[in-house]
Design a protein. Structure first.
Length: 338
């Protein structure tokens, strides 16, 4: 039998110590259980590391390990769901950009044929919105047929006609003239637009991203507030690209005033509530400090009213003055009902 030669890899690894082994096991379990783990579950999964009769001692050990994992670059978040520390959740957050699915051209072509069969059976706003998300910058791979108008039971005849006219215009790159209102239908305005993209905000709201020819910029229009659509004729003014800013439909991104930066000091145990509220508006966070830019700071007022234990301090005196006025107006309004 030939003698096995030892390989010199040019490295000299050292043995892993107990603390590193414990932290490695912890991070692997957090990655495995994506919805998060509470203190009790961590102890049951890792009894060899967290089995002290003094539960408080184990809790402190877990907190130290979590802090060390953060220092190593793992985005471990703490979510308070109860006053009892046993039930609060530890979870690793994976950045949204890391969750993107990458399709090959052949996969998109096959997928387009399967979706096309569904188009023939029953076209719906949800199906069109899903197609835009899947194909994104590869809409040329989707073999659109003549779109059949199928009535959505949740839409009126007029609303259905408007939606499908917009879909056709996006498909054919046809400029449109629309009648649009903000609050009262009788106060409608006419706008000339190049329709670009439809986004779905929730189960009922669809937004149209379009280039406003008069304003010379991309705008978002709530489709149920578009009363009438007609072809403008001609071609698009330019070739439009959709960017993350266009897809940010959050009220904080509405253009009400010039951009301002807000620094929020938060209750870290309740940060998940703020994160859910802010999505998809961008922000940065470092421990108990959240920084965001907004062109509509009043969009935060309703959140502060409803969740008054999450944001502890805002660094802007102008914001605080406007917030005080907001609460005074509410008080004056509801005083009539007392």
């Amino acid at each position: 039998m030939a003698k096995e030669e030892s390989l010199n890899l040019g490295i000299n690894p050292r043995p892993i110590n107990e603390t590193e082994a414990r932290q490695l096991a912890l991070v692997l379990n957090l990655l495995k259980y994506k919805s998060g783990l509470n203190f009790q579950k961590i102890r049951s999964l890792m009894p060899e590391y967290y089995s002290n009769e003094n539960k408080e001692s184990d809790q402190k050990k877990i907190h130290r390990d979590i802090e060390e994992l953060k220092n190593l670059g793992f985005s471990v978040n703490f979510h308070k769901v109860a006053d009892s520390g046993d039930l609060n959740i530890y979870r690793i957050s994976i950045p949204i950009e890391e969750k993107k699915i990458q399709f090959q051209k052949e996969e998109l072509s096959l997928l387009s044929m399967l979706i096309l069969e569904k188009f023939d059976e029953n076209f719906s706003p949800e199906l069109f919105s899903a197609c835009q998300k899947i194909f994104h910058q590869n809409m040329d791979l989707f073999p659109f047929k003549e779109i059949k108008q199928v009535k959505n039971p949740n839409q009126s005849d007029a609303g259905s006609e408007v939606f499908f006219s917009i879909v056709k215009a996006i498909k054919n790159r046809t400029p449109l003239k629309i009648q649009y209102f903000r609050t009262i239908p009788s106060e409608k305005e006419e706008k000339e637009i190049d329709p670009i993209h439809i986004i779905k905000r929730n189960s009922n709201d669809f937004y149209l991203i379009a280039f406003d020819r008069k304003k010379g910029e991309k705008r978002r229009y709530l489709i149920p507030k578009i009363l009438k659509v007609s072809d403008l004729g001609g071609d698009f003014l330019r070739d439009y690209k959709i960017n993350p800013e266009d897809l940010n439909y959050h009220a904080l991104n509405f253009k009400v005033h010039e951009p301002v930066e807000l620094e929020l000091i938060i209750n870290e145990s309740l940060v998940w509530k703020l994160e859910n509220f802010l999505y998809p508006h961008p922000f940065t966070r470092e421990k108990d400090r959240v920084v965001l830019n907004t062109t509509n700071q009043t969009a935060l007022f309703s959140f502060l009213w409803k969740e008054n234990e999450v944001i502890l301090k805002v660094n802007s005196s102008d914001f605080r003055i406007k917030l005080e006025n907001f609460f005074k107006e509410l008080e004056n309004h509801y005083s009539f009902f007392s």
